[in-house]
Design a protein around this ligand. Structure first.
Ligand SMILES: *[C@@H]1O[C@H](CO)[C@@H](O)[C@H](O)[C@H]1NC(C)=O
Ligand SMILES: *[C@@H]1O[C@H](CO)[C@@H](O)[C@H](O)[C@H]1NC(C)=O
Ligand SMILES: [Zn+2]
Length: 591
């Protein structure tokens, strides 16, 4: 994933929560009164006088709250036609011998460094892309059956598309995505790694190195799955297509962008059953385990704020230099953050409702507020207040701003004629690039006037068109990389149920569990962008999820993008189990 990874949250038929039934008839009013009476009596006896208010409000909320309506859960889905194959493969996955094999597959991939850097030149010109040659050689050697059976096309030299044809060409293929590139290792930090960053070292528990988690684990899990299925002579009815980009960590401009063009040209728009790419996993939340396939991604824009004003000798300064003015604009930004709002038609709200509906250990007050919040705006605000105490949650819900770059001035005795800064925004799933542009433009207007600056924003003149001005203020999309929030993948669709059921089956099979409620599936979102940003046209059902076990929920504790990146070998095998189950389930799926 990109440096701005996501947490992920829960699903929605909640988007269309029916308004509460209004009990207008006298008969219903009587029944309701009776229920209140009974609840009061029960609370008095069960909870004692002091606890009556809390007990009573719970009882009354419970009367109307329908957990299944707020966060539907499906049962585990396991293959039927291929049930024997699934069981026998499952047994193999549980063996030490298979774990050893999986460790070698992934370790070998980590040992071929495939770093991608910012601002790389085109493929064929910039020599740094050549690192993918040895990686392709490695894949060829490690997965012989995949290469002798699937059809491989290289797109823009290093992008990989593997097609595993199904016997029924009328079925939309399953699309699995991952990326070959990794974030560079800072050479100054190499000696801080417990095991060297490109060692792929296995310490008996974890596999170490850059990419062991992000995202060679995803790519190699997919390849290992297919190699294992081919070893058992599985022939799919529904096709499976793999698409592996090579610059996801630097925006996918050369990789996924070209791959997307190729896939649309070859297969057409809306040609795939569903798409699974890197993203969410599962983790302990409160006293439950929650899987959060990301059904959306936040949008993105870097706003460049540039100020110019007359230069001169600094011995005769004006009261505000260009840098001083820019500073005041930036202070104004930080004094006026975007106000996040948890609205009912967003994935983060759906996730919250899944917590309230199905996850034990949620603070009583929060659960109550969420349940009441289905109808009551006041209660929803209460819930929001609780949830926003966690900075990460708050950041996922709203549009964020972070001043990440600043530049200005060349010499201590010269007044700066120009100064600029870049404000990074992650745009809320229910907002838009235009809304952010308008917001920022309006935010700085009064200061532009105060400092007598001619103000232009995103190509339009805002103020100072006709009058002479002291200087200029210009807002632009810094690198022309603005991105709308992704379309939200529907969670009331059979494709989402297929994914949910697969997650439950995988989790249970890996632990020999039987109960459907051992893991809760809740929709989430990504705060950053994956290669899927280029794949919107391929299917409306895009899930950023590869079933990695995030343990206690500290998502980045496995060293992703930093020192000590590593993955638990058992967690990696579980990812293989997930992809095996997904491919076999999708093969038998009919909507
Ligand atoms: C890397 O792991 C070692 C222990 O294996 C630890 O001492 C060190 O602090 C870790 N470094 C970072 C930056 O987390
Ligand atoms: C703005 O600055 C210009 C150029 O210095 C000056 O001519 C003009 O009078 C100023 N306008 C105001 C409102 O101060
Ligand atoms: Zn990644």
């Amino acid at each position: 994933m990109s440096p701005h990874k996501g947490d992920t949250l829960l699903p929605s038929t909640t988007a269309e929560v029916a308004p509460a039934k209004r009990s207008t008839s006298a008969g219903l009013r009587f029944v309701k009164g009776l229920l209140v009476g009974i609840a009061l009596w029960t609370c008095l006896h069960a909870a004692g006088v002091a606890r009556v208010p809390a007990c009573l409000s719970d009882a009354l909320v419970g009367e109307e709250y329908n957990a299944e309506a707020q966060c539907p859960q499906v049962s585990a889905v396991t293959p039927e036609k291929s049930s024997e194959l699934w069981s026998s493969l499952g047994e193999t996955l549980s063996t030490d011998a298979f774990k050893t094999r999986a460790v070698e597959w992934l370790g070998g991939a980590v040992r071929v460094p495939t770093q991608s850097f910012d601002k790389m030149g085109p493929v064929g010109e910039d020599p740094r892309w050549e690192v993918f040659g040895p990686f392709h050689d490695y894949l060829l050697k490690a997965f012989p059956l995949v290469h002798s059976t699937l059809e491989l096309t290289k797109v823009n030299t290093w992008g990989l598309v593997y097609v595993w044809k199904g016997s029924d060409a009328s079925l939309k293929p399953l699309l699995l995505a991952a990326h070959q590139d990794v974030v560079p290792v800072n050479p100054d930090t190499v000696d801080k790694w417990t095991h060297p960053p490109f060692s792929g070292y296995f310490d008996g528990e974890r596999i170490w190195g850059r990419g062991s988690s992000d995202d060679k684990s995803g790519l190699i899990a997919i390849m290992s799955t297919i190699e294992s299925l081919l070893e058992r002579n599985f022939q799919p009815t529904r096709g499976v297509v793999l698409t592996f980009g090579f610059d996801e960590e630097t925006s996918g401009l050369h990789g996924a962008a070209s791959l997307s063009e190729y896939l649309v040209k070859t297969f057409g728009e809306n040609a795939f059953l569903l798409l699974v790419d890197e993203g969410g996993g599962f983790a302990q939340e409160y006293d439950g385990v929650v899987a959060t396939p990301a059904v959306a991604e936040k949008g993105y824009i870097d706003v460049r704020v540039e100020v110019t004003s007359p230069g001169g000798h600094s011995s005769v300064p004006p009261s505000h230099t260009t840098i001083g003015i820019l500073s005041q604009l930036l202070v104004h930004y930080e004094a006026n953050p975007y106000e996040p709002i948890l609205s009912r038609d967003t994935p983060m709200y759906w996730k919250s409702q899944c917590l309230a509906a199905h996850v034990p250990g949620l603070p009583h007050k929060l659960r109550k507020a969420l349940k009441k919040g289905v109808k009551s705006d006041h209660a929803l605000k209460e819930a929001q207040k609780e949830l926003f105490k966690e900075r990460a949650f708050r950041a996922l819900v709203g549009t964020t701003q972070a001043i990440d770059l600043i530049n200005g001035g060349v010499k201590t005795n010269a007044l700066p004629e120009q100064a600029w800064a870049v404000v990074n925004h992650r745009i809320a799933t229910d907002s838009s690039v235009d809304a952010v542009k308008e917001h920022d433009t309006a935010l700085l207007k009064s200061l532009a006037q105060e400092f007598n600056l001619s103000y232009a924003a995103f190509g339009s003149q805002v103020t100072g068109e006709d009058a002479p001005a002291y200087g200029t203020l210009t807002l632009t999309d810094a690198w022309g990389t603005a991105l709308e929030p992704a379309p939200i993948s529907p969670i009331d669709a059979p494709e989402y149920a297929l994914l949910s059921g697969t997650i439950k089956a995988t989790y249970n099979a890996h632990r020999s569990l039987k109960k459907d409620d051992s893991i809760v599936v809740a929709p989430g979102i990504m705060s950053g962008n994956t290669d899927t940003r280029y794949y919107w046209a391929l299917t409306p059902h895009i899930y950023r999820y590869n079933h990695h076990n995030s343990g206690n929920g500290t998502a980045l504790s496995n060293g992703v993008h930093t020192i000590n990146e590593s993955i638990d070998a058992d967690a990696f095998v579980e990812m293989i189990r997930f992809f095996s189950t997904l491919i076999l389930n999708a093969d038998e799926f009919s909507a």
